[in-house]
Design a protein around this ligand. Sequence first.
Ligand code: SF4
Ligand code: SF4
Length: 193
Amino acid sequence: MTTKVHGVNDFIQEISTMPGGEKINLCIQCGTCSASCPNANKMDYTPRELIAMARAGMREEVLSSNSMWLCLSCYMCTVRCPRGIVPTYIMHALEHLAMRHHIASPRTRTPTLYKVFSDTVYAAGHIPRFGCMTRFYLQVNPFRALKNIPVALSLFKHGRMPIKPTRLKPEALKQFRAILDTAETLEAHHEIL
Ligand code: SF4
Ligand code: SF4
């Protein structure tokens, strides 16, 4: 269900029409979400600040921040919010809006990881862990990959990282991609989040 919000800026209206963003105007700025958030100290703006800025129409500042990308989806903010708001979903909505409007934050690599993940899943029909993380590190920091070699070897040793790729049957892959293509088309028409 979406709620039309009147008398507010376009940005807050955009958020309030997204799943989870409906109650953003109920925020009383108590700060419980920020105090509960395990990653707030790494964010450009805490969850409470982000909501206040969104309500003030600070679209560029909000969407170019790293805050929503550092959300762990732990739901601590959500279970404690006295107004029944779901800050976790607001974080997800802001991630989505930043992607939709091609606004990037230089202070996070999470969007790159999401992109590599989704491209890999689309191409292979599953998550080839070795290939996915290799691609990610090649894009963001190849030297960092060297540090993770011991972890990769340990996973390999315990059979948790198969080198040999699993392949879907061509028909199954075709059907899987058709589902993803449909989801992308619906999203482009703003019919789903
Ligand atoms: S806990 Fe809820 S009401 Fe309090 S600042 Fe966070 S979102 Fe707003
Ligand atoms: S769900 Fe996200 S914003 Fe909420 S407390 Fe956890 S990390 Fe922080």
